[in-house]
Every structure is written in C-alpha cells, then in structure tokens.
Design a protein around this ligand. Structure first.
Ligand code: NAD
Length: 450
C-alpha cells in the first residue's frame, strides 16, 4: 500500500510514496548508530558551522518549503512563511548554543569534581501533522547540537517537508546517517523507534493518547522521553482588560492553523461584568477572519487536515452557536469559525477539539477564573487579559500550565522554554532548556591525592 499525500484545500493527490516499515526503520537506526561516533567527535565549532549552514539553506529555500507546507497542511501561505522563518532561527539559535552548553566544576574534598554534558546516542523524533517541519526543527536543533544522531518520523499525512529538509541537511554537509527521515505509519515505524534497543531517546509531539503508549513502550528499554501532547488552554479575560483588544486578538488564538494547534486558547473565559461587551466584539472579530484558499496572500484560515478530522470536529457542534462563520463549499476539508457558549463541563470545553471551535465560558471573579481554567487534565498554554498587574502575576502563578502570556496570546519563541504541565506532557523544547533533554550529565571526580 502506498502513502497517499493530499492537498486538504483541493483534495488532490500531491504525492504517492512508498511507505517505510519496520525493516526500513531498523536500517535507519543502524545508519544513525554507525554515524554517531564521528558526529559526536566533530569539534563544537564545526558542528555549529554545519547547523548554521543548514539554517542558511532553509532561508535560501524558504519559499519552496513554505509552499510545500501550505499545500500539504492547508495552512495559509503567509503563516507557512512565518513558520519557515522560525525554523531557520531555530537552527541559528542551536548553532550558537553548541559551545555554550557547559558542565560545572563542583567544590569537593580530596580532588576536583566536574561534569560533562554527553550526547545520548541515536534519538528517535516523532512529530504530528499540524506544524510538521516547525515542530521537527524544535527537536532537531538541540538533538544535533548536543551531538546525537537522529531518525525523524513525520506524520503519515505530512511527510513532504521533512523529506526535503533531509536533502538540505546533506547539502549543508551534515554527514550521511546523522539525520534520516523515515516516512511510514505510526503504529509500525513510530512503535519500532519507541521499542528499538539502539534508540536512546524519543522526542514525541502528538496526542495525549499516543503519548501514553509511547511512554509505555519506552519503559521496556528505560528510554528517555520528552512528550509534547494535547492542550485545552484558557484565555482568561477580566472585565478591567482592554476588552476590544482582547476580543480582536482572541479569534486568532483559536482559529490560527484552523484550530489545529496544541496551544489553541479554545476555552475563552470571560468575567461576567464584561461578558456582553466582550462577546459582541468577539463575534465581530471572528466574522472578519478570512477563510479560504491557503495559497491566497490574505487568507487567514484554511481547511482542516482531512475529511475524517472534519467529521470529528463537527461532532462538537450539535446545538445553537453564538456565531458560525462562512467557509468555502465543495472540495476541501473546510470548517467555519464557530463560537459556542458553554460550561466547563460540556464536552466542547473538556476535550481537545483541534478545530476552529471556541467555547466561551463566563466566570464570577478571580478565584472562579482560576478554578475553571485549572479544571482540565491538560496544562499547556494560556493567556490572562487584565490591566491589574498584581492580579496578572497572581493568576499566572496559580494557573497549572507550562506557558502563559499576559495581555497577549503568543507563547512560542525560539529562545524561551515551551512545554506542558499535567497531561500535556513533560520536558521542555526551545530555549536553552531543550538542550537538557538531549544530553545526559556525567559526573567525574579526579583525585588530587599525592
Ligand atoms: P498523533 O498522536 O495521532 O500522531 C503523532 C505522531 O505519532 C505521528 O507521527 C504518528 O504517526 C505517530 N504515532 C501514531 N501512533 C503511534 C504509535 N503507536 N507509536 C509511535 N508513534 C505513533 O497526533 P496528530 O493527530 O498527528 O497531532 C495532533 C495532536 O498533537 C494533538 O493532540 C495536539 O495537541 C498534539 N500536539 C502537541 C503539541 C505540543 O507541543 N504539545 C504540538 C503540536 C501538536
């Protein structure tokens, strides 16, 4: 059976690939294992130079990569360009980090004690379809910078950008076997990486359900795992906030990437005393979201990834809505921007919809807001909108979530740590923190006794 890759905006087939299986996965792991001793021995300055060259090649091929991603995921071309810009920045950042991730010297009796940051070996990276190359780069950057070799498994629906990046890595001079891409089914290729005795670590981004099975599978070999999983983040709007600004920004915090974003602030919590004013402005702002052809320069939201996923998203909207937007009819897996009034107990507020559906939930006061925001098994991101600085910090500390923005909905930056609390996973990507997840601390004591 071949791997059929579709354009979700047109439903046209854009590629047919021979899917990899367990045998190809084993072969890629063997190549990565063989490449490891030489790669970890590359002088830090040279490894940095190779990563910098890869960053530059991504910049040189930015438009090509953005178009691959836009066609394969259905994401608006303007957003895809931004993501490719970030990918280059990620490789630049970790190129700069190679020789700044040091050990320590620790005062002890009888000698000198010092630590090294050792690479882990062969690392398996498993990524989802919503930000295929972007999320891959968050793992590849620190993994390669630390001296690991990598087998990358893209999602079945979106393998094209990762395959192109592997070609660019070779062109950059990164040796064969250091970065291999194996495109095939998760339950075969992914599972094999998770259980493979020669894979030292799995960096996984995907659903909480599959994350759980990755953790179970990794237990057999006590593999290290980093898990970046689902979310159901709260956008908490207090009545004293700049309500017009908060409302104008809120749609893009849910409907960006058609809601297929682990950071989506898909629960919009609004203080009752400002509720009507906020909701009026929110409906107006949502009406203005431009939904349509991802290749158009001014499109802000494209289709969902597949027909199957659209049916799942639709199952969350079964009654009256506050607002339902327009979406193209005919071909393409489009779904309209949808606002529903909800309580935090409703299914739409409890489960990750992963589509353009926002649950709007009123709250009474600060304590009520914190209680509702934390009443979820997830803890990935979130926002707080208020003009009261002390309250902003109190609530930021009280929310059980890994990434929070105040008077903003942006939570992802190259230089700052990103990751979840609770069932949104553990481990951190991006920033210098990510390097800790791709290295092991070795402690050495050197006796000075004569
Ligand atoms: P998914 O869990 O279905 O798949 C993710 C990856 O795992 C894919 O490459 C898939 O092929 C692979 N996989 C599937 N079964 C496997 C198995 N048994 N063993 C090993 N690998 C297997 O997720 P998805 O549908 O591609 O992506 C959507 C999910 O990803 C959402 O839940 C979203 O919240 C989450 N996500 C999280 C983050 C984050 O940083 N926290 C970022 C993006 C997406």
């Amino acid at each position: 059976m071949s791997l059929t890759v579709l354009n979700p905006a047109t439903e046209d087939v854009i590629a047919e690939l021979e899917p990899a299986g367990a045998e190809e996965t084993d072969a890629a792991v063997a190549r990565a294992l063989a490449a490891y001793p030489a790669w970890r021995a590359v002088a830090p300055g040279d490894r940095a130079r190779l990563l910098r060259r890869l960053a530059t090649l991504v910049e040189d091929h930015a438009e090509e990569l953005a178009r691959i991603e836009s066609r394969n995921v259905g994401k608006p071309i303007s957003g895809a360009r931004g993501e490719v810009g970030m990918i280059a920045d990620v490789f630049h950042f970790y190129a700069g980090a190679v020789d700044k991730h040091h050990g320590q010297t620790i005062p002890v009796a009888g000698g000198v004690d010092f630590t090294f940051r050792e690479p882990l070996g062969v690392v398996g990276l498993i990524v989802p379809w919503n930000f295929p190359l972007n999320i891959a780069s968050w793992k590849l950057g620190p993994a390669l910078a630390c001296g690991n070799t990598v087998v990358l498994k893209p999602a079945e629906l979106t393998p094209l950008s990762a395959l192109r990046l592997a070609e660019l890595a070779l062109e950059a001079g990164i040796p064969e076997g250091v970065l291999d891409v194996v495109a095939g089914p998760g339950r075969i290729v992914g599972q094999r990486l998770v259980e493979h005795p020669d894979v030292a670590k799995i960096g996984f981004t995907g659903s909480t359900e599959v994350g759980r099975s990755v953790m179970e599978g990794a237990a057999g070999t006590i593999k290290r795992v980093t898990l970046e999983l689902g979310g159901k983040s709260a956008n908490v709007v207090f009545a004293d906030a700049d309500l017009e600004r908060a409302a104008a920004a809120a749609p893009y915090a849910v409907f960006d990437n058609a809601g297929q974003d682990c950071c989506a602030r898909s629960r919009i919590l609004v203080e009752r005393s400002g509720y009507d004013r906020f909701v009026d402005a929110l409906v107006t702002a949502t009406r203005n979201v431009k939904v349509g052809d991802p290749a158009s320069e001014d499109t802000e939201m494209g289709p969902l990834i597949s027909a199957e996923h659209r049916a799942k998203v639709a199952s969350y909207v079964d009654g009256a809505t506050l607002f339902t937007g327009d979406a193209p009819e005919g071909r393409g897996f489009y779904f309209p921007c949808t606002l529903v009034e909800a309580t935090n107990d409703d299914r739409v507020a409890r489960e990750e919809v992963f589509g353009p559906v926002a649950a709007v939930i009123p709250f009474d006061d600060e304590a009520d807001a914190v209680r509702i925001a934390n009443d979820t098994p997830y803890g990935l991101s979130g926002s707080i909108w208020t003009r009261d600085g002390a309250r902003a910090l109190r609530v930021a500390r009280a929310l059980e979530t890994g990434v929070i923005s105040i008077n903003s909905n942006s939570s992802v930056r190259v230089a700052t740590p990103f990751g979840g609390f609770k069932q949104s996973g553990f481990g951190r990507e991006l920033g210098l923190n990510a390097l800790d997840g791709y290295s092991e601390v070795k402690n050495v004591f050197y006796s000075t006794a004569s």
